[in-house]
Design a protein around this ligand. Structure first.
Ligand SMILES: Cc1cc2nc3c(=O)[nH]c(=O)nc-3n(C[C@H](O)[C@H](O)[C@H](O)COP(=O)(O)OP(=O)(O)OC[C@H]3O[C@@H](n4cnc5c(N)ncnc54)[C@H](O)[C@@H]3O)c2cc1C
Length: 304
């Protein structure tokens, strides 16, 4: 716990062993590299610690679960609540046998994908290029190259606002394209994923999917991947491109020249630049095509 915490706040977090920082700049924790401060930024060291923190947290303080911040626009005014970042504390992969793996929410998608491929299991290759955590992949039903996270899920473990854990089968969730209905104030702490027996070419498949990405996406620039959901039977990138918006810039944010559904922060953008550009693209695409694009990225926090 840091010195910056006031005495009454320390009382509330009695027994917490992980790190709690106050006024932590969220720009350090999002792939867009923007975002104002979080009131508390908590990194639990394990499940018990997470539970202790949640039990001690004032129930009126909002909670934001953070994966690797790769689908998140945190506004410049920051998040007046507690951010929980579990990628250091919940990071185990357990092999349950016969292609079943229990994977903690903080494990990166890339690590799980490579681990599975290395051990000859197939089905997780598409996750190699998703730059988030497995918890984030569960929350977003992350997908790529025709595959989606929830087709692999058997069951999940969740924690609630009171710090209690429970397991639920995959079938108890309504899941669709980049959308999962999670009960309010519940977060994924782990999932059991079932893969299929591989044919020995999983490592090569991972490499080839990563190559495809680097040819088509600006992966070396700060972004949050696809900004908009693809509308039914179409592609957001195509609609943005035919609306003449590639290269459109506001401040330090630009519609990528390489992939029109990406917005890159290439000149020290603030969150306001990115959000304004998102709104501008939405309006221009609607005017040009009649289709209103809906964001895939999540917005949190306060305007400055
Ligand atoms: C270069 C690039 C390429 C990308 N390519 C893809 C792609 O191919 N396919 C794709 O689907 N996405 C892609 N993305 C977007 C992003 O990586 C995914 O949405 C990813 O699943 C987000 O994971 P995260 O851990 O970073 O979540 P975050 O961005 O930290 O969080 C996203 C949302 O999920 C919630 N959340 C996170 N973890 C949990 C949890 N454990 N329990 C409950 N809620 C949680 C957060 O509160 C937030 O609302 C890409 C992003 C980038 C930057």
């Amino acid at each position: 716990m840091t010195d910056a915490m006031t005495a009454d706040k320390q009382t509330a977090f009695v027994g917490v062993r992980g790190t709690i920082r106050c006024h932590e700049p969220m720009a350090n924790h999002t792939s867009w590299k923007v975002g104002g401060p979080a009131r508390y930024f908590f990194e639990p060291c394990n499940r018990q610690d997470l539970s202790t923190f949640l039990k001690g947290l004032d129930p009126t303080v909002p909670v934001l679960w953070l994966g690797l911040g790769s689908n998140l626009l945190v506004r410049d005014g920051g998040f007046d609540g507690a951010v929980i970042a579990a990628h250091r504390g919940l990071r185990e992969i357990r092999d349950l046998g016969e292609g079943r793996f229990a994977v903690d929410a903080g494990v990166s998608c890339a690590r799980f994908s490579r681990f599975a491929a290395k051990h000859g299991w197939s089905g997780g290759e598409f996750l190699a290029g998703v730059p988030g955590t497995m918890g984030g992949a569960l929350a977003m039903n992350a997908g790529a190259f025709g595959s989606e996270t929830w087709t692999l899920v058997e069951e999940v473990e969740l924690v609630d606002r009171a710090g209690s854990f429970e397991n639920r089968p995959a079938g108890s969730f309504a899941v669709s394209y980049r959308q999962v209905d999670i009960p309010p104030a519940h977060w994924f702490t782990a999932g059991v994923f079932r893969l299929s027996q591989g044919r020995g070419d999983e490592g090569a498949n991972v490499r080839s999917l990563l190559e495809k990405r680097s040819e088509t996406q600006p992966i070396r620039q700060s972004s949050a991947g696809s900004v908009f959901r693809n509308p039914p039977n179409d592609y957001a990138a195509r609609l943005i491109e035919i609306s003449g918006l590639k290269g459109l810039r506001i401040g330090g944010a630009q519609v990528s020249m390489q992939h029109a559904n990406f917005i890159v922060n290439d000149r020290q953008a603030c969150a306001k630049d990115i959000e304004t550009l998102i709104e501008k693209v939405q309006t221009a695409v609607a005017d040009h095509t009649g289709i209103r694009l809906e964001p895939e990225v999540r917005f949190v926090g306060e305007h400055q």
